[in-house]
Design a protein around this ligand. Structure first.
Ligand SMILES: C[S@@+](CC[C@H](N)C(=O)[O-])C[C@H]1O[C@@H](n2cnc3c(N)ncnc32)[C@H](O)[C@@H]1O
Length: 185
């Protein structure tokens, strides 16, 4: 469903979770108002943010992963650009805490301690999100054109990097995760 216009009645939901979503939405204030509207009194909004454009720091060499990700993304938009469609990026210029403090009665913070090494492949996150239009700047791309361009790119990248290019890995250190729980009272 579209978080900008949640198709649920007022005060009908116990808990809402937004993990790494608000920074990808054109109007996060509107989404927060929607979340508050559908939450029951006593309900909780559990929120974890990400930072747009954040470059993950890592002691590992991820050259090949980053090369493929950047090339795939660049080539996707090059091809859409020939159809007059360009990326629309949202920058996160709102103060989530100020906005939530005015909507919700109370908040608690929790820290999930991670600080551990992790490994993901292109097929784990980047490609499914790209293919599923999970990036904010893909939302206005017509589905038929999106599918055609993705099929062309997958074929080209298999030829260039091999059939198993989706197994190319990114290695990093996962930071601790800060979770905020807003309570509607
Ligand atoms: C970084 S992903 C996070 C996905 C998931 N919460 C997770 O933890 O893996 C951001 C998600 O926000 C979704 N999204 C972006 N705009 C949205 C909107 N207006 N309504 C609902 N979802 C949206 C995208 O489709 C994408 O799946």
């Amino acid at each position: 469903m579209n978080a900008l216009a949640i198709p649920l009645t007022d005060e009908s939901v116990d808990t809402v979770v937004a993990n790494s979503v608000l920074h990808l939405i054109s109007n996060p204030q509107k989404v927060l108002r929607e979340i508050c509207r559908v939450l029951k009194r006593g309900g909780a909004f559990i929120c974890v943010d990400d930072v747009p454009g954040k470059v993950a720091e890592t002691p590992y060499d991820n050259t090949q992963y980053l090369e493929v990700v950047n090339a795939f993304y660049r080539e996707y938009w090059n091809r859409l650009g020939t159809h007059g469609i360009y990326p629309q990026k949202y920058s996160w210029k709102f103060d989530r805490n100020a906005c939530c403090d005015s909507l919700f009665g109370k908040k608690t913070e929790k820290l999930i301690e991670r600080n551990c090494a992790y490994e993901i492949s292109l097929g784990d996150v980047f490609l499914p999100r790209m293919i599923g239009r999970g990036f904010s700047d893909q939302t206005n791309v017509p589905q038929g054109l999106h599918e055609k361009v993705i099929a062309e790119l997958l074929s080209t990248f298999r030829q260039t990097y091999g059939n198993d290019f989706t197994e190319i890995k990114f290695r990093g250190i996962e930071q601790n995760i800060s979770v905020t729980v807003y309570h509607k009272i």
